[in-house]
Design a protein around this ligand. Structure first.
Ligand code: AGP
Length: 613
């Protein structure tokens, strides 16, 4: 998820564009760039790092009068997906002639085949990005009609895009288009502004148009003309926004955490996109860098991580054993190098880290490399240290996670681990039919999570019942045990309630002593192996006066009636159900913390990335 801005209108376009980027920095902040039309030629500046770095460079390198006279430009703040966050990979990207400048938010899935075709026509590429390929493709299609050239190029693209394109040969317009990534156009007086999000527009106008998929628009200072990719005019309504920029950055949500919880259907769709093979009944995870031979030869999977990432690894442990018949174990990353881990070349070590910068996980990666294991990473931040040190792995594509409490990264980590287990399983025990069935289950994830998100208001009501207890217990069995651990961690870190997660069978071995009248117990009683046993444990808790909130599979009325309160989880494969189940607990924790007036996005004593041991 990146942030793009385009502006055409009055003077000082560079300042408008840089301010717009600042407003979109929550969408991506690892590199940025700007291109303007000055004297009918394209002038470009890019920088690795935050928007402030780019702004300092532009103000230092560009003559002041350029700010005064330039009225048209595009800009971009990046969340790297293809190629690390460097200056050369930053946007805008130019075509071969240097007369076309493009900024892009999204993923071009067929960029490799397009690139090799263009290279055989003599094109030379400077960056590792999918976007530069599109810039060259537009140039290749340009037969003197810029708009038609963009249409022709987009017809050849597979994947998602939100773009804004400039041409020095037709300086009076900017072309913008979308498929899968958001584009909003702000209609001002004598100026028009394009952006990924209204946050970058609100300083100029409240009147906006949201483009639909496969819409393409010609934007001038006077206004906008919208067509579809077949050049057929389409009409889109103008919306009056009526809210301020800060609210817009959170997409109208009160906190980034709630926004990121609600982003999970899209984040999961991005994490899954292009990675399920319904023909082979397997998964395509090119970055793993393993041959079928190497996969078949593996004897063990070791999952490393800290905090929420370790909990995702625990779900992965169940998945690898269940789907791929391979021994799997989770190791607490901080302890890994202080013990003597027995590792060899037939051991697959997966380092899980949202930020890719967690010091304990990085140290464990180095230990595993030293021991000659087959090491790879599962990160969200492209170009992060762990991703670079492992040199192979899978990116989540969950987009930037701003709130300290990790939510969408967890669900995307589990989704990718399920796809990895499916891939290993297909080479070891899964038939093609079984593989296709499980791939279909994974494909349902955005819709399954949507069902839980629609219970948000009800979960907010339920939270009142539990918000003012200082202790809480989460219990679950099988793959729902790590979900109980993650639920407890979420509640702990944002509400400061002393919450503990336990395997449901573990209560009788001590923790049950802490239960008394009204003690909250959050029990994950969905249809997974061992559910009947969990119901027995719930009886034991109720017998000690506990107040039980249950996660129950939809239409399981009999189980729901046994709870003080319940949240329904859609019916699906037990391993897949871990994801909608944890979303229910994320919402529960959020509403409890909100009722307690906690600082949800920046909880006390915590940091988004723990870069010290
Ligand atoms: C989760 O909400 C916390 N922010 C924390 O436990 C986090 O998961 C842990 O620090 C690991 O971070 P990473 O995924 O960036 O490595």
């Amino acid at each position: 998820m990146c942030g793009i801005v385009g502006y055409i209108g009055k003077a000082d376009a560079p300042t408008v564009l840089l301010n717009g980027l600042r407003r979109l920095e929550y969408r991506g902040y690892d590199s940025a760039g700007i291109a303007v039309l000055d004297d009918d030629r394209i002038v470009i500046s890019r920088a690795a790092g935050k928007v402030a770095v780019l702004s300092d460079r532009v103000r230092a390198e560009w003559p002041a009068e350029r700010f005064a006279r330039v009225t048209t430009g595009v800009a971009h703040t990046r969340w790297a997906t293809h190629g690390p966050p460097t200056e050369v990979n930053a946007h805008p990207h130019l075509d071969r002639s240097g007369d076309i400048a493009l900024v892009h938010n999204g993923i071009i899935e067929n960029y490799r085949s397009l690139r090799s075709r263009l290279e055989s026509n003599g094109h030379r590429f400077h960056s590792e990005t999918d976007t530069e390929v599109l810039a060259h493709l537009i140039g290749e299609c340009d037969r003197g009609d810029f708009f038609q050239a963009v249409c022709d190029a987009l017809h050849q693209v597979v994947g998602t895009f939100g773009i804004a394109v400039l041409s020095a040969r037709e300086p009076e317009k900017i072309i913008t288009a979308r498929r899968g990534s958001p584009i909003v156009i702000g209609i001002g007086a004598g100026e028009t502004i394009i952006a990924s999000d209204a946050a970058a527009i609100l300083a100029h106008t409240q009147r906006v148009i949201y483009l639909d998929d496969d819409d393409i628009a010609i934007v001038t200072a006077e206004g906008v003309e919208i067509r579809d990719l077949h050049n057929i005019p389409v009409t889109r309504e103008i919306t009056e926004l009526g809210y301020d920029a800060a609210a817009a950055e959170k997409g109208g949500h009160e906190h980034f955490m709630l926004k990121e919880i609600h982003e999970q259907p899209d984040a999961l769709a991005n994490a899954i996109r292009g990675r399920l093979d319904f023909n082979l009944g397997s998964a395509v995870l090119a970055g793993m860098g393993t041959s079928a031979r190497e996969l078949a030869d593996l004897q063990r999977v070791v999952l490393l991580g800290c905090g929420t990432s370790m909990h995702a690894g625990l779900v992965g442990e169940y998945a690898f054993e269940d789907l791929a018949d391979i021994h799997a174990e989770v190791q607490q990353a901080a302890e890994f190098r202080y013990r003597n881990p027995i590792l060899g070349s037939r051991d697959l070590v997966i380092a899980i880290s949202q930020s890719g910068e967690t010091a304990d996980t990085l140290a464990a990666v180095r230990e595993a490399n030293q021991k000659g294991a087959f090491v790879m990473s599962l990160c969200n931040v492209v170009g992060s240290t762990i991703a670079r040190e492992t040199g192979r792995g899978v990116y989540l594509h969950a987009g930037p996670e701003i709130s300290v409490a990790s939510t969408k990264a967890f669900t995307c980590q589990v989704a990718v681990l399920l796809m990895m287990a499916l891939k290993l399983g297909r080479g070891r025990r899964f038939s093609r039919e079984e593989g296709i069935r499980f791939a279909r289950e994974i494909e349902q994830l955005p819709a399954l999570v949507g069902k839980v998100l629609r219970q948000n208001a009800r979960i907010a009501e339920i939270a009142w019942e539990y918000a003012f207890n200082e202790h809480a217990f989460f219990i679950g069995r099988g793959p729902m045990y790590p979900v109980a651990l993650e639920g407890a961690l979420k509640l702990k870190e944002i509400s400061y309630i002393h919450a503990e997660g336990y395997h449901a069978a573990e209560l009788k071995h001590g923790p049950i002593a802490l239960l008394q009248q009204g003690t909250p117990v959050i029990a994950i009683a969905c249809d997974v192996p061992g559910k009947d046993k969990t119901l027995g444990n719930i009886e034991e808790c109720c017998a000690r006066g506990a107040k039980v909130l249950g996660l129950v599979t939809e239409r399981d009325h009999e189980t729901a009636e046994r709870m003080h309160d319940f949240i329904t989880i859609p019916r699906c494969h037990p391993l897949v159900a871990t994801i909608p189940a944890v979303v229910a607990l994320q919402l529960f924790s959020y509403h409890v913390a909100r009722l307690r007036g906690c600082e949800i996005d920046q909880p006390r004593n915590l940091a988004k990335s723990v870069t010290v041991e």
